[in-house]
Design a protein around this ligand. Structure first.
Ligand SMILES: Nc1nc2c(ncn2[C@@H]2O[C@H](COP(=O)(O)OP(=O)(O)OP(=O)(O)O)[C@@H](O)[C@H]2O)c(=O)[nH]1
Ligand SMILES: [Mg+2]
Ligand SMILES: [Zn+2]
Length: 292
């Protein structure tokens, strides 16, 4: 018998495929076992059901998109989860994620958690100014969570962010049936302890949400590199100024007559955003075209 479904979990060589009726534990056919093209959580697949609840993945439906980190396919929305404190937010890490989302045609959404511990205002203002959807929540106090319900419906969403920001805690607050394991923050290091170890899609509010392992700084370096000329299009707040700089080939990093740098001076573009842009521009400049 054949069937179709979506991969909701990948663990130790098994793929858990959710069909209309049940979850089938599948192996992948040999052609998919190569590293270059293996099935991902979020993949829509056709399967052969061999025995009760067991099967094989025969075919992967062409992907809308997929990220390297976190490795998920067919993403509609990337919820970038930050905490007001413990761990401390890093604008550069957030901006690397927004850029990655824009580059892959995914809508980034900023969720500021732990609003009960410290004020979310500064991060809120920064990203609101750039045109993002930004929400302040507290998973602990079950505050503000309902704001994200309408964004989940009918979509595949991914929760990403540093370890300990509260991705799993927010999911538990979204749906009390989940009971996902959460971890303490290391007091010494002020960081999470990498509690979530695998990616899993959960169904709630008419959509699917992926909980993912928090990334470490090493992971961030490996996130897709984008050509330096294309970076400017991954900052939505730059858009209204593009094409207006004095030099047509303006890199918006140091040129005289740059409208974007002027907008930063005038307080129209947040300082932290241009700093992230310049840092990413410099990183991209190190790569030759053939490496991208
Ligand atoms: N004060 C406060 N603590 C929170 C809040 N949300 C989560 N926490 C705590 O933060 C710690 C980490 O939460 P997790 O949900 O495990 O974080 P995570 O992002 O899933 O972390 P990884 O799975 O390691 O990536 C736990 O001790 C939570 O109780 C919040 O809104 N306020
Ligand atoms: Mg977690
Ligand atoms: Zn410019």
């Amino acid at each position: 018998m054949t069937d179709s479904g979506i991969i909701v979990k990948a663990l130790s060589g098994f793929y858990y495929v959710k069909t209309d009726n049940e979850i089938i534990t599948c192996k992948a056919r040999g052609k998919f076992r190569k590293k270059e093209f293996s099935p991902l959580v979020g993949d829509k697949v056709n399967i052969s059901v061999l025995e009760e609840n067991e099967g094989v993945i025969d075919e992967i439906t062409p992907r809308l998109n997929c990220l390297v980190r976190p490795p998920v396919a067919n993403i509609d929305r990337l919820f970038i989860i930050v905490s007001t404190t413990s761990p401390k937010p890093s604008p550069f890490v957030i901006d690397k994620m927004t850029v990655t989302a824009h580059f892959n045609n995914i809508e980034p959404i900023i969720v500021i958690n732990k609003s009960d511990l410290s004020s979310p205002d500064e991060i809120f203002d920064t990203y609101k100014k750039c045109g993002y959807k930004v929400f302040c929540v507290s998973a602990k106090e079950n505050y503000g969570i309902e704001q994200i319900f309408p964004l989940i419906e009918g979509k595949l969403s991914v929760f990403c962010g540093n370890s300990g920001v509260g991705k799993s805690s927010i999911l538990n607050a979204v749906d009390s049936r989940f009971n996902i394991e959460t971890g303490e923050i290391s007091e010494k290091l002020g960081r999470g302890k990498h509690t979530t170890r695998h990616i899993e899609l959960y169904s709630s509010h008419g959509g699917l949400i992926a909980d993912t392992p928090g990334f470490s700084s090493l992971d961030m370096e490996r996130i897709s590199v984008i050509k330096k000329e294309e970076l400017q299009y991954c900052f939505p707040e730059f858009e209204r100024y593009l094409g207006k700089c004095k030099f047509t080939s303006c890199s918006h990093t140091k040129e005289k007559g740059c409208e974007i740098l002027l907008a930063v001076e005038n307080g129209e573009i947040p300082l932290s955003r241009i700093e992230s842009y310049k840092k990413l521009y410099e990183e991209s400049s190190k790569y030759k075209d053939w490496q991208l």
